[in-house]
Write a protein that binds this ligand. Sequence first.
Ligand code: ZN
Length: 312
Amino acid sequence: MQQQTIRHPVQCSGVGLHSGKMVTLSLRPAEADSGINFYVFTPAGLQRIAMEPSRVIATGLATTIGSSQASVSTVEHLLAAVRGLGIDNLRIDVHGGELPIMDGSAAPFVMLLKSAGLRRLNADRRVLRLKKAVSYGQGDKSISAEPYNGFFVDYTIDFAHPLIGVQRLAMEVTPQAFSQIAKARTFGFLHEVEALYARGLALGGSLDNSVVLDEHGVVNEGGLRCPDEFVRHKLLDFVGDMAMIDLPLQGRFTVRCSGHALNNQFLRVLNDNRDLYLEEAVLSRPGAKAPAAAQAPAAGAPGLGEGRALAV
Ligand SMILES: [Zn+2]
């Protein structure tokens, strides 16, 4: 399987969730093995932010990456689209400190990337494959993962709200299947939204870019895009959060009630213990002889019970 980038540079503008101001995003093709990189314009010059779990510096309102000198907010839905479509290498230039929130889903970014066209590069795809089962959790939130030849997510949410309750979605995340979750919008509760506004936060937040719930149901006039839009969006966020590492991750993930913060903590555990949990594999093109690591079957991998519980 070959690495991919985009064919042509593309750009889009929209409202930033934090600032409420117009912000601009440019996407450019990037060479093989360069990965996904953000570039931020600062008074000190152009700063690069690479995909590394420790570069996530805030997960409150949205995922923010970088440093106190140069940061980008609200990266998760674009990253989900990039990983969902199987793009290995991309340069992302950001003006304004955050990405546009668009409609609160990944669908506008999928459209943007597809309008740029995808281009195969003359290099085999490299992935990070889980080689040992691992579980991580805090309270009722947990992520369990086991070796798997692909990226499979089984996600369950449980909200004490009449419209949400328990929702579960399990899927192999492929470019084709990604369309099932791309349109799912971010959601929040009215009392939380009002508290954010009162603190001068989420100035760009509106019913145009999020599903807002009161105690009875959806405030948005148009309602939901699908009854399980909530779990679809959480799975989308998970795909974006797992993109904050240098290569596409492979494994089978069972996720319960997680969020950006726990997702990032889990990814840090994997990255900080790379020798224990991860191995790099090359997905060779059909007909080419695959290196041993790429052919290692997932069979015989330890079950979840044998995974080391790193936090409970
Ligand atoms: Zn989200």
